[in-house]
Write a protein that binds this ligand. Sequence first.
Ligand code: 5GP
Length: 140
Amino acid sequence: MTYDPNNIFAKILRGEIPCEKLYEDEHTLAFMDIMPQAEGHCLVIPKQASTGLLDADPACFAPLLATVQKLARAAKIAMKADGVTIMQFNGSAAGQTVFHLHVHIIPRKDGVPLKGHTGQMEQSALLKARADQIRAALSV
Ligand code: 5GP
């Protein structure tokens, strides 16, 4: 599969469509997932273009995972979660719907099941409120 530079995350990276941004550095961007599977569900993407993990330049993995750890820690604290599910899909057969490499960070609470992967769009005020909590946890 060839990389489509007009996929939704490429547009977010170029600032062509908005996102609830949580963190950005030279190599990565983190933002809220608009259809969260649990409170505080966020995504981390490398700035380098690849459709998924399989065609990515391995050089992007270290900065990507460093940002995933940073966000997972902050989201767990901010959402007062008991654990964090980290997910990453490759190909539509595996459940991937956006074809720019991304890692899901999903704070989990004991006994609360994960919502469906293609769920409902969250209210933007709620997304912003959770993003504010995660941004606050990132800055301590
Ligand atoms: P995938 O199914 O490819 O692993 O995950 C794509 C994720 O991107 C889904 O969880 C979906 O909710 C999220 N998503 C899709 N479109 C947008 C968008 O325009 N903005 C944001 N922030 N997330 C999106």
